[in-house]
Write a protein that binds this ligand. Structure first.
Ligand code: FAD
Ligand code: ZN
Length: 473
Protein backbone atom coordinates (compact mmCIF):
# COMPACT_ATOMS: atom_id res chain seq x y z
CA UNK A 1 0.00 0.00 0.00
CA UNK A 2 1.64 3.29 -1.05
CA UNK A 3 1.99 5.86 1.67
CA UNK A 4 3.58 9.27 1.80
CA UNK A 5 5.12 11.46 4.48
CA UNK A 6 4.80 15.13 5.38
CA UNK A 7 8.10 16.85 4.53
CA UNK A 8 10.45 17.64 7.41
CA UNK A 9 11.65 21.22 7.98
CA UNK A 10 15.05 20.32 6.56
CA UNK A 11 13.42 18.90 3.41
CA UNK A 12 11.28 22.01 3.02
CA UNK A 13 14.45 24.11 3.10
CA UNK A 14 16.09 21.93 0.44
CA UNK A 15 13.01 22.20 -1.76
CA UNK A 16 12.88 25.97 -1.33
CA UNK A 17 16.55 26.24 -2.27
CA UNK A 18 15.82 24.68 -5.65
CA UNK A 19 13.28 27.32 -6.72
CA UNK A 20 14.53 30.25 -4.66
CA UNK A 21 12.91 31.68 -1.53
CA UNK A 22 10.49 33.96 -3.41
CA UNK A 23 9.08 30.98 -5.35
CA UNK A 24 8.58 28.76 -2.32
CA UNK A 25 5.37 29.85 -0.67
CA UNK A 26 4.77 28.95 2.96
CA UNK A 27 2.83 32.05 3.95
CA UNK A 28 -0.94 31.27 4.04
CA UNK A 29 -1.85 34.52 2.26
CA UNK A 30 0.49 33.78 -0.65
CA UNK A 31 -0.62 30.14 -0.74
CA UNK A 32 -4.34 30.97 -0.80
CA UNK A 33 -4.80 31.31 -4.60
CA UNK A 34 -3.39 27.79 -5.01
CA UNK A 35 -5.65 26.20 -2.40
CA UNK A 36 -9.17 27.19 -3.44
CA UNK A 37 -10.83 26.55 -6.75
CA UNK A 38 -13.42 28.01 -9.07
CA UNK A 39 -16.37 26.01 -7.76
CA UNK A 40 -15.53 26.64 -4.12
CA UNK A 41 -16.01 22.93 -3.34
CA UNK A 42 -12.47 22.21 -2.14
CA UNK A 43 -10.25 24.10 0.28
CA UNK A 44 -6.80 22.55 0.51
CA UNK A 45 -3.80 22.94 2.76
CA UNK A 46 -0.12 22.33 2.10
CA UNK A 47 3.23 22.88 3.81
CA UNK A 48 4.63 24.54 0.67
CA UNK A 49 3.77 25.70 -2.84
CA UNK A 50 6.77 25.41 -5.19
CA UNK A 51 6.98 27.39 -8.42
CA UNK A 52 9.89 25.95 -10.42
CA UNK A 53 11.12 27.92 -13.42
CA UNK A 54 12.49 25.05 -15.51
CA UNK A 55 12.19 21.33 -16.25
CA UNK A 56 15.51 20.87 -14.48
CA UNK A 57 14.07 22.33 -11.27
CA UNK A 58 10.96 20.15 -11.55
CA UNK A 59 13.23 17.15 -11.89
CA UNK A 60 15.23 18.04 -8.78
CA UNK A 61 12.05 18.57 -6.77
CA UNK A 62 10.67 15.19 -7.83
CA UNK A 63 13.93 13.41 -7.01
CA UNK A 64 13.68 14.68 -3.42
CA UNK A 65 9.95 13.93 -3.21
CA UNK A 66 10.66 10.40 -4.40
CA UNK A 67 13.53 9.81 -1.99
CA UNK A 68 11.50 11.14 0.94
CA UNK A 69 8.11 9.75 -0.13
CA UNK A 70 6.42 13.12 -0.26
CA UNK A 71 3.08 13.49 -2.03
CA UNK A 72 3.06 16.01 -4.91
CA UNK A 73 0.04 17.76 -6.44
CA UNK A 74 0.77 19.29 -9.86
CA UNK A 75 -1.05 22.50 -10.66
CA UNK A 76 -1.19 24.71 -13.75
CA UNK A 77 -3.94 27.34 -14.10
CA UNK A 78 -6.13 26.06 -11.24
CA UNK A 79 -9.33 26.12 -13.31
CA UNK A 80 -9.95 22.37 -13.06
CA UNK A 81 -13.53 21.52 -12.15
CA UNK A 82 -13.04 18.19 -10.34
CA UNK A 83 -10.66 19.20 -7.54
CA UNK A 84 -7.66 17.39 -9.04
CA UNK A 85 -5.27 20.31 -8.54
CA UNK A 86 -6.04 20.90 -4.83
CA UNK A 87 -3.98 19.14 -2.13
CA UNK A 88 -5.67 17.25 0.69
CA UNK A 89 -3.10 18.04 3.39
CA UNK A 90 0.51 16.94 3.66
CA UNK A 91 1.30 16.99 -0.09
CA UNK A 92 3.34 19.76 -1.61
CA UNK A 93 1.91 21.76 -4.52
CA UNK A 94 4.08 22.02 -7.62
CA UNK A 95 2.81 24.84 -9.80
CA UNK A 96 4.13 25.21 -13.35
CA UNK A 97 2.81 28.78 -13.55
CA UNK A 98 6.29 30.26 -14.02
CA UNK A 99 7.15 27.98 -16.94
CA UNK A 100 5.72 30.21 -19.63
CA UNK A 101 8.25 30.07 -22.44
CA UNK A 102 7.35 29.43 -26.06
CA UNK A 103 10.38 27.38 -26.99
CA UNK A 104 9.94 27.13 -30.73
CA UNK A 105 7.60 27.45 -33.70
CA UNK A 106 8.68 25.04 -36.43
CA UNK A 107 9.70 26.37 -39.84
CA UNK A 108 6.60 25.13 -41.63
CA UNK A 109 4.47 26.62 -38.84
CA UNK A 110 2.69 23.30 -38.35
CA UNK A 111 3.63 22.96 -34.69
CA UNK A 112 4.94 24.89 -31.71
CA UNK A 113 6.77 23.77 -28.60
CA UNK A 114 5.54 25.44 -25.43
CA UNK A 115 6.17 25.02 -21.72
CA UNK A 116 3.43 23.70 -19.44
CA UNK A 117 2.74 27.06 -17.80
CA UNK A 118 1.79 28.89 -21.00
CA UNK A 119 -1.74 30.25 -20.64
CA UNK A 120 -4.03 28.85 -23.34
CA UNK A 121 -4.96 32.34 -24.58
CA UNK A 122 -1.25 33.18 -24.91
CA UNK A 123 -0.75 30.02 -26.98
CA UNK A 124 -3.57 31.30 -29.23
CA UNK A 125 -1.88 34.68 -29.56
CA UNK A 126 1.47 33.09 -30.42
CA UNK A 127 -0.13 30.93 -33.12
CA UNK A 128 -1.86 33.98 -34.58
CA UNK A 129 1.45 35.79 -34.89
CA UNK A 130 2.35 33.10 -37.42
CA UNK A 131 -1.03 33.26 -39.19
CA UNK A 132 -2.01 29.97 -37.59
CA UNK A 133 -4.43 28.83 -34.91
CA UNK A 134 -4.15 26.48 -31.98
CA UNK A 135 -7.80 25.47 -31.90
CA UNK A 136 -8.30 24.26 -28.32
CA UNK A 137 -10.72 26.81 -26.87
CA UNK A 138 -12.92 27.12 -23.81
CA UNK A 139 -14.36 29.73 -21.47
CA UNK A 140 -11.41 29.33 -19.05
CA UNK A 141 -8.76 30.05 -21.71
CA UNK A 142 -7.61 33.30 -20.09
CA UNK A 143 -6.45 31.34 -17.00
CA UNK A 144 -5.97 27.64 -17.78
CA UNK A 145 -2.50 26.53 -18.86
CA UNK A 146 -1.21 24.01 -21.38
CA UNK A 147 0.02 21.59 -18.70
CA UNK A 148 -3.45 21.45 -17.17
CA UNK A 149 -5.12 21.27 -20.57
CA UNK A 150 -3.11 18.19 -21.49
CA UNK A 151 -3.26 16.60 -18.05
CA UNK A 152 -7.08 16.74 -18.28
CA UNK A 153 -7.27 16.05 -22.03
CA UNK A 154 -9.44 19.17 -22.23
CA UNK A 155 -12.21 19.52 -24.79
CA UNK A 156 -14.07 22.77 -25.35
CA UNK A 157 -16.02 24.26 -28.20
CA UNK A 158 -13.97 23.25 -31.25
CA UNK A 159 -13.60 19.52 -30.63
CA UNK A 160 -16.14 18.88 -33.35
CA UNK A 161 -13.70 20.06 -36.01
CA UNK A 162 -10.25 19.69 -34.47
CA UNK A 163 -10.48 17.09 -31.68
CA UNK A 164 -9.62 17.35 -27.98
CA UNK A 165 -6.23 18.14 -26.39
CA UNK A 166 -4.94 14.64 -27.09
CA UNK A 167 -5.64 15.01 -30.81
CA UNK A 168 -3.84 18.36 -30.81
CA UNK A 169 -0.59 17.16 -29.23
CA UNK A 170 2.35 15.73 -31.12
CA UNK A 171 5.00 15.44 -28.46
CA UNK A 172 5.53 15.77 -24.72
CA UNK A 173 8.20 16.34 -22.15
CA UNK A 174 7.46 15.10 -18.65
CA UNK A 175 9.19 14.55 -15.35
CA UNK A 176 8.54 11.10 -13.92
CA UNK A 177 7.73 10.54 -10.24
CA UNK A 178 11.36 9.58 -9.56
CA UNK A 179 12.69 12.78 -11.10
CA UNK A 180 13.87 11.41 -14.44
CA UNK A 181 13.06 13.58 -17.46
CA UNK A 182 11.28 11.89 -20.36
CA UNK A 183 11.94 13.79 -23.56
CA UNK A 184 9.20 12.91 -26.03
CA UNK A 185 9.22 16.30 -27.76
CA UNK A 186 8.77 14.94 -31.26
CA UNK A 187 6.70 16.60 -33.94
CA UNK A 188 6.21 13.39 -35.88
CA UNK A 189 2.72 12.76 -37.14
CA UNK A 190 3.37 9.07 -37.38
CA UNK A 191 5.20 7.01 -34.79
CA UNK A 192 4.15 3.41 -34.27
CA UNK A 193 6.96 2.20 -32.08
CA UNK A 194 5.00 0.45 -29.37
CA UNK A 195 2.85 1.69 -26.49
CA UNK A 196 2.02 5.37 -26.69
CA UNK A 197 3.46 7.02 -23.59
CA UNK A 198 2.28 10.42 -24.76
CA UNK A 199 -1.34 9.35 -24.83
CA UNK A 200 -0.96 7.69 -21.45
CA UNK A 201 0.36 10.89 -19.89
CA UNK A 202 -2.33 13.03 -21.53
CA UNK A 203 -5.50 12.78 -19.45
CA UNK A 204 -3.68 11.26 -16.46
CA UNK A 205 -4.58 14.29 -14.28
CA UNK A 206 -1.20 14.52 -12.62
CA UNK A 207 -1.21 10.93 -11.34
CA UNK A 208 1.66 9.64 -13.52
CA UNK A 209 4.11 12.53 -13.76
CA UNK A 210 4.50 16.24 -14.41
CA UNK A 211 4.07 17.54 -17.93
CA UNK A 212 6.68 20.25 -18.46
CA UNK A 213 6.40 21.00 -22.20
CA UNK A 214 4.52 19.94 -25.31
CA UNK A 215 4.63 20.11 -29.08
CA UNK A 216 1.21 21.38 -30.19
CA UNK A 217 -0.34 21.14 -33.64
CA UNK A 218 -1.09 24.37 -35.50
CA UNK A 219 -3.72 24.86 -38.21
CA UNK A 220 -4.30 27.40 -40.97
CA UNK A 221 -6.11 30.44 -39.61
CA UNK A 222 -9.70 30.72 -40.81
CA UNK A 223 -10.02 33.87 -42.92
CA UNK A 224 -13.76 33.63 -43.10
CA UNK A 225 -15.86 32.74 -40.09
CA UNK A 226 -19.62 33.11 -39.67
CA UNK A 227 -21.67 32.46 -36.56
CA UNK A 228 -25.40 31.91 -36.17
CA UNK A 229 -27.65 31.83 -33.13
CA UNK A 230 -30.95 30.06 -33.76
CA UNK A 231 -34.12 29.42 -31.75
CA UNK A 232 -35.42 25.84 -31.81
CA UNK A 233 -38.83 24.41 -30.99
CA UNK A 234 -37.39 21.36 -29.16
CA UNK A 235 -34.28 19.25 -28.70
CA UNK A 236 -35.24 16.65 -31.28
CA UNK A 237 -35.18 19.47 -33.81
CA UNK A 238 -31.66 20.37 -32.62
CA UNK A 239 -30.51 16.88 -33.42
CA UNK A 240 -31.88 17.01 -36.96
CA UNK A 241 -30.52 20.54 -37.34
CA UNK A 242 -27.03 19.30 -36.40
CA UNK A 243 -27.20 16.56 -39.02
CA UNK A 244 -28.41 19.04 -41.62
CA UNK A 245 -25.54 21.42 -40.74
CA UNK A 246 -23.03 18.60 -41.13
CA UNK A 247 -24.50 17.69 -44.51
CA UNK A 248 -24.38 21.31 -45.68
CA UNK A 249 -21.01 22.34 -44.32
CA UNK A 250 -18.97 19.17 -43.82
CA UNK A 251 -15.65 19.98 -42.13
CA UNK A 252 -16.43 23.72 -42.31
CA UNK A 253 -18.79 23.23 -39.36
CA UNK A 254 -16.41 24.13 -36.55
CA UNK A 255 -18.84 24.39 -33.63
CA UNK A 256 -22.38 23.38 -32.71
CA UNK A 257 -23.48 24.22 -29.18
CA UNK A 258 -26.92 23.94 -27.63
CA UNK A 259 -28.53 25.61 -24.62
CA UNK A 260 -32.01 25.90 -23.08
CA UNK A 261 -34.09 29.07 -22.65
CA UNK A 262 -33.38 29.14 -18.90
CA UNK A 263 -29.63 29.42 -19.60
CA UNK A 264 -30.13 32.53 -21.74
CA UNK A 265 -32.58 33.96 -19.15
CA UNK A 266 -29.92 33.59 -16.45
CA UNK A 267 -27.20 35.16 -18.61
CA UNK A 268 -29.41 38.14 -19.49
CA UNK A 269 -30.37 38.61 -15.85
CA UNK A 270 -26.91 38.33 -14.28
CA UNK A 271 -24.27 39.32 -16.82
CA UNK A 272 -24.14 43.07 -17.51
CA UNK A 273 -24.67 44.10 -21.13
CA UNK A 274 -26.00 40.74 -22.31
CA UNK A 275 -29.28 40.38 -24.15
CA UNK A 276 -31.11 37.76 -26.17
CA UNK A 277 -30.28 38.59 -29.82
CA UNK A 278 -33.57 37.07 -30.97
CA UNK A 279 -36.93 38.84 -30.64
CA UNK A 280 -38.85 35.90 -29.21
CA UNK A 281 -38.04 33.38 -26.48
CA UNK A 282 -37.48 29.83 -27.78
CA UNK A 283 -37.37 26.66 -25.64
CA UNK A 284 -33.89 25.84 -27.00
CA UNK A 285 -31.08 27.60 -28.85
CA UNK A 286 -28.20 26.49 -31.02
CA UNK A 287 -24.96 28.38 -31.61
CA UNK A 288 -23.07 27.28 -34.67
CA UNK A 289 -19.99 28.39 -36.52
CA UNK A 290 -18.73 27.82 -40.05
CA UNK A 291 -15.10 28.52 -40.96
CA UNK A 292 -12.98 28.54 -44.09
CA UNK A 293 -9.25 29.11 -44.51
CA UNK A 294 -10.06 31.25 -47.57
CA UNK A 295 -11.29 34.84 -47.24
CA UNK A 296 -13.99 34.25 -49.79
CA UNK A 297 -14.78 30.69 -48.88
CA UNK A 298 -18.53 31.04 -49.40
CA UNK A 299 -19.36 30.59 -45.73
CA UNK A 300 -22.04 33.30 -45.76
CA UNK A 301 -23.88 31.65 -48.60
CA UNK A 302 -23.50 28.23 -47.03
CA UNK A 303 -24.93 29.50 -43.74
CA UNK A 304 -27.83 31.27 -45.49
CA UNK A 305 -28.70 28.12 -47.38
CA UNK A 306 -28.47 26.01 -44.23
CA UNK A 307 -30.73 28.33 -42.23
CA UNK A 308 -33.26 28.56 -45.07
CA UNK A 309 -33.42 24.81 -45.34
CA UNK A 310 -33.70 24.38 -41.56
CA UNK A 311 -36.48 26.93 -41.39
CA UNK A 312 -38.38 25.25 -44.22
CA UNK A 313 -38.21 21.98 -42.30
CA UNK A 314 -39.44 23.74 -39.11
CA UNK A 315 -36.22 22.87 -37.30
CA UNK A 316 -35.59 26.48 -36.32
CA UNK A 317 -38.06 29.26 -35.59
CA UNK A 318 -35.75 32.25 -35.74
CA UNK A 319 -32.06 32.99 -36.28
CA UNK A 320 -29.49 35.76 -36.38
CA UNK A 321 -26.17 35.74 -38.21
CA UNK A 322 -22.96 37.46 -37.13
CA UNK A 323 -20.60 38.30 -39.94
CA UNK A 324 -18.32 40.70 -38.07
CA UNK A 325 -15.90 39.52 -35.41
CA UNK A 326 -17.52 41.78 -32.78
CA UNK A 327 -21.01 40.44 -33.35
CA UNK A 328 -19.71 36.90 -33.37
CA UNK A 329 -17.89 37.49 -30.06
CA UNK A 330 -21.13 38.78 -28.52
CA UNK A 331 -22.94 35.59 -29.53
CA UNK A 332 -20.16 33.43 -28.13
CA UNK A 333 -20.19 35.45 -24.92
CA UNK A 334 -23.80 34.37 -24.36
CA UNK A 335 -22.71 30.76 -24.44
CA UNK A 336 -19.55 31.30 -22.43
CA UNK A 337 -21.35 33.17 -19.66
CA UNK A 338 -23.72 30.36 -18.73
CA UNK A 339 -21.57 28.91 -15.93
CA UNK A 340 -20.91 32.34 -14.45
CA UNK A 341 -24.61 33.27 -14.61
CA UNK A 342 -25.58 29.97 -13.03
CA UNK A 343 -23.22 30.67 -10.17
CA UNK A 344 -25.25 33.77 -9.31
CA UNK A 345 -28.40 31.64 -9.10
CA UNK A 346 -27.09 29.82 -6.02
CA UNK A 347 -25.99 26.21 -5.76
CA UNK A 348 -25.55 24.14 -8.88
CA UNK A 349 -25.03 20.38 -9.02
CA UNK A 350 -22.89 19.45 -12.02
CA UNK A 351 -22.64 16.53 -14.39
CA UNK A 352 -20.18 16.59 -17.29
CA UNK A 353 -21.32 13.60 -19.30
CA UNK A 354 -21.39 12.30 -22.82
CA UNK A 355 -23.96 10.02 -24.45
CA UNK A 356 -24.39 8.81 -28.02
CA UNK A 357 -25.47 11.97 -29.86
CA UNK A 358 -28.83 10.59 -30.94
CA UNK A 359 -29.81 9.90 -27.32
CA UNK A 360 -29.22 13.48 -26.06
CA UNK A 361 -32.94 14.41 -26.09
CA UNK A 362 -33.92 11.17 -24.35
CA UNK A 363 -31.12 11.58 -21.81
CA UNK A 364 -32.22 15.10 -20.92
CA UNK A 365 -35.91 14.21 -20.65
CA UNK A 366 -35.22 11.25 -18.37
CA UNK A 367 -32.60 13.10 -16.30
CA UNK A 368 -35.05 15.97 -15.75
CA UNK A 369 -37.64 13.51 -14.40
CA UNK A 370 -35.05 11.95 -12.08
CA UNK A 371 -33.97 15.35 -10.76
CA UNK A 372 -37.54 16.50 -10.14
CA UNK A 373 -38.12 13.39 -8.03
CA UNK A 374 -34.97 13.94 -5.96
CA UNK A 375 -35.51 17.67 -5.52
CA UNK A 376 -38.85 19.11 -6.62
CA UNK A 377 -38.41 22.58 -8.10
CA UNK A 378 -34.71 22.11 -8.97
CA UNK A 379 -33.92 23.77 -12.31
CA UNK A 380 -31.93 21.77 -14.87
CA UNK A 381 -29.76 23.93 -17.17
CA UNK A 382 -28.43 21.35 -19.65
CA UNK A 383 -26.14 22.84 -22.27
CA UNK A 384 -23.01 21.90 -24.14
CA UNK A 385 -21.26 20.55 -27.15
CA UNK A 386 -24.02 18.85 -29.11
CA UNK A 387 -21.72 17.75 -31.92
CA UNK A 388 -19.66 15.77 -29.39
CA UNK A 389 -22.61 14.29 -27.48
CA UNK A 390 -21.29 16.24 -24.47
CA UNK A 391 -23.93 17.58 -22.10
CA UNK A 392 -23.11 19.80 -19.13
CA UNK A 393 -26.12 18.60 -17.20
CA UNK A 394 -26.02 21.23 -14.47
CA UNK A 395 -28.87 21.68 -12.06
CA UNK A 396 -29.58 24.97 -10.29
CA UNK A 397 -31.16 24.93 -6.86
CA UNK A 398 -34.88 25.66 -6.45
CA UNK A 399 -35.54 29.33 -5.80
CA UNK A 400 -35.76 29.95 -2.07
CA UNK A 401 -33.98 26.74 -0.99
CA UNK A 402 -30.75 27.04 1.02
CA UNK A 403 -27.60 26.49 -0.99
CA UNK A 404 -26.18 24.07 1.56
CA UNK A 405 -29.35 21.96 1.70
CA UNK A 406 -29.37 21.71 -2.08
CA UNK A 407 -25.68 20.86 -2.38
CA UNK A 408 -26.17 18.11 0.21
CA UNK A 409 -28.05 16.28 -2.57
CA UNK A 410 -24.93 16.29 -4.82
CA UNK A 411 -24.05 12.61 -4.41
CA UNK A 412 -27.62 11.32 -4.58
CA UNK A 413 -28.25 13.26 -7.77
CA UNK A 414 -24.90 12.29 -9.35
CA UNK A 415 -25.50 8.60 -8.67
CA UNK A 416 -28.97 8.65 -10.23
CA UNK A 417 -27.94 10.69 -13.29
CA UNK A 418 -24.75 8.68 -13.82
CA UNK A 419 -26.72 5.43 -13.68
CA UNK A 420 -28.88 6.80 -16.49
CA UNK A 421 -25.76 7.81 -18.45
CA UNK A 422 -24.29 4.34 -18.13
CA UNK A 423 -27.57 2.70 -19.17
CA UNK A 424 -27.40 4.81 -22.36
CA UNK A 425 -23.79 3.67 -22.88
CA UNK A 426 -22.36 7.10 -22.15
CA UNK A 427 -19.43 8.38 -20.06
CA UNK A 428 -19.59 9.99 -16.59
CA UNK A 429 -16.78 12.37 -17.53
CA UNK A 430 -16.75 13.81 -21.02
CA UNK A 431 -14.05 16.46 -20.63
CA UNK A 432 -13.37 17.62 -17.06
CA UNK A 433 -11.84 14.39 -15.74
CA UNK A 434 -12.23 12.46 -12.49
CA UNK A 435 -10.01 14.28 -9.96
CA UNK A 436 -11.39 13.99 -6.47
CA UNK A 437 -14.97 14.74 -7.33
CA UNK A 438 -15.73 11.61 -9.32
CA UNK A 439 -13.29 9.14 -7.82
CA UNK A 440 -15.97 7.12 -6.02
CA UNK A 441 -18.19 7.17 -9.11
CA UNK A 442 -15.33 5.90 -11.26
CA UNK A 443 -14.72 3.03 -8.82
CA UNK A 444 -18.45 2.26 -8.85
CA UNK A 445 -19.03 2.40 -12.60
CA UNK A 446 -15.82 1.68 -14.52
CA UNK A 447 -15.58 -1.96 -15.61
CA UNK A 448 -13.41 -3.96 -13.19
CA UNK A 449 -10.95 -5.03 -15.85
CA UNK A 450 -10.31 -1.43 -16.92
CA UNK A 451 -9.84 -0.32 -13.31
CA UNK A 452 -7.40 -3.16 -12.69
CA UNK A 453 -5.28 -2.22 -15.70
CA UNK A 454 -5.30 1.45 -14.71
CA UNK A 455 -4.13 0.57 -11.17
CA UNK A 456 -1.34 -1.61 -12.51
CA UNK A 457 -0.13 1.09 -14.89
CA UNK A 458 -0.13 3.57 -12.01
CA UNK A 459 1.87 1.13 -9.84
CA UNK A 460 4.52 0.69 -12.54
CA UNK A 461 5.10 4.39 -13.21
CA UNK A 462 4.52 5.66 -9.67
CA UNK A 463 5.25 2.70 -7.38
CA UNK A 464 5.34 4.86 -4.23
CA UNK A 465 2.01 6.52 -5.04
CA UNK A 466 3.36 10.04 -4.52
CA UNK A 467 1.83 11.61 -7.67
CA UNK A 468 -1.43 13.37 -6.89
CA UNK A 469 -2.52 10.87 -4.25
CA UNK A 470 -6.25 10.37 -3.77
CA UNK A 471 -7.11 11.55 -7.28
CA UNK A 472 -8.66 9.50 -10.09
CA UNK A 473 -7.95 6.03 -8.61
P1 FAD B 1 -5.40 22.78 -13.20
O1 FAD B 1 -6.75 23.11 -12.71
O2 FAD B 1 -4.28 23.47 -12.56
O3 FAD B 1 -5.17 21.19 -13.08
C1 FAD B 1 -6.09 20.27 -13.59
C2 FAD B 1 -5.57 18.84 -13.39
O4 FAD B 1 -4.37 18.65 -14.13
C3 FAD B 1 -5.21 18.51 -11.95
O5 FAD B 1 -5.47 17.15 -11.71
C4 FAD B 1 -3.72 18.76 -11.89
O6 FAD B 1 -3.08 17.99 -10.90
C5 FAD B 1 -3.28 18.34 -13.28
N1 FAD B 1 -2.13 19.10 -13.78
C6 FAD B 1 -2.02 20.44 -13.93
N2 FAD B 1 -0.84 20.78 -14.47
C7 FAD B 1 -0.17 19.62 -14.68
C8 FAD B 1 1.09 19.31 -15.22
N3 FAD B 1 1.91 20.26 -15.65
N4 FAD B 1 1.46 18.01 -15.28
C9 FAD B 1 0.64 17.03 -14.84
N5 FAD B 1 -0.57 17.28 -14.31
C10 FAD B 1 -0.98 18.55 -14.23
N6 FAD B 1 -12.68 22.08 -19.58
C11 FAD B 1 -12.92 21.53 -20.78
O7 FAD B 1 -12.38 20.47 -21.09
N7 FAD B 1 -13.76 22.15 -21.68
C12 FAD B 1 -14.39 23.31 -21.40
O8 FAD B 1 -15.13 23.81 -22.22
C13 FAD B 1 -14.14 23.92 -20.14
N8 FAD B 1 -14.71 25.09 -19.81
C14 FAD B 1 -14.45 25.65 -18.61
C15 FAD B 1 -15.01 26.88 -18.29
C16 FAD B 1 -14.76 27.49 -17.07
C17 FAD B 1 -15.37 28.81 -16.76
C18 FAD B 1 -13.91 26.85 -16.13
C19 FAD B 1 -13.59 27.48 -14.81
C20 FAD B 1 -13.34 25.62 -16.44
C21 FAD B 1 -13.61 25.01 -17.66
N9 FAD B 1 -13.03 23.79 -18.00
C22 FAD B 1 -13.27 23.24 -19.23
C23 FAD B 1 -12.18 23.06 -17.02
C24 FAD B 1 -10.70 23.48 -17.02
O9 FAD B 1 -10.52 24.77 -17.51
C25 FAD B 1 -9.89 22.51 -17.85
O10 FAD B 1 -9.94 21.24 -17.22
C26 FAD B 1 -8.42 22.90 -18.00
O11 FAD B 1 -7.85 22.03 -18.95
C27 FAD B 1 -7.63 22.83 -16.72
O12 FAD B 1 -6.39 23.50 -16.93
P2 FAD B 1 -5.62 24.19 -15.71
O13 FAD B 1 -4.35 24.72 -16.24
O14 FAD B 1 -6.48 25.16 -15.01
O15 FAD B 1 -5.34 22.91 -14.79
ZN1 ZN C 1 -17.56 22.03 -22.01
Amino acid sequence: VPSFNPPSDATLRRLADIVGEQNALCDPARQAPYLTEWRDLYHGSTPIVLRPGSTEEVSRIMAIAHAERIGVVPQAGNTGLVGGQIPTGPEIVLSVDRMTRIREVDRQRTSMTVEAGVILADAHAEAEKHDRIFPLSMASQGSCRIGGNLATNAGGVQVLAYGNARALTLGLEAVLPDGRIWNGLTNLKKDNTGYDLRDLMIGSEGTLGIITAAVLKLFPRPHEQVTAFAGLPDLDAALVFLRLAQEHAGPALTAFEFMPAIAIDMVVMHIPGMQNPLAGRSPWYALLELSSPRAEGGMNDALDALLASASEKNLITDATIATSLDKSRALWKLRESISEAQKREGGSIKHDVSVPITTIPEFIRRANAIVEKICPGARPVPFGHMGDGNVHYNVSQPQGMSRAAFLALWETMNVAVHDLVVSLEGSISAEHGIGRLKRAELARLKPALELELMRRIKAVIDPLGIMNPGKVL
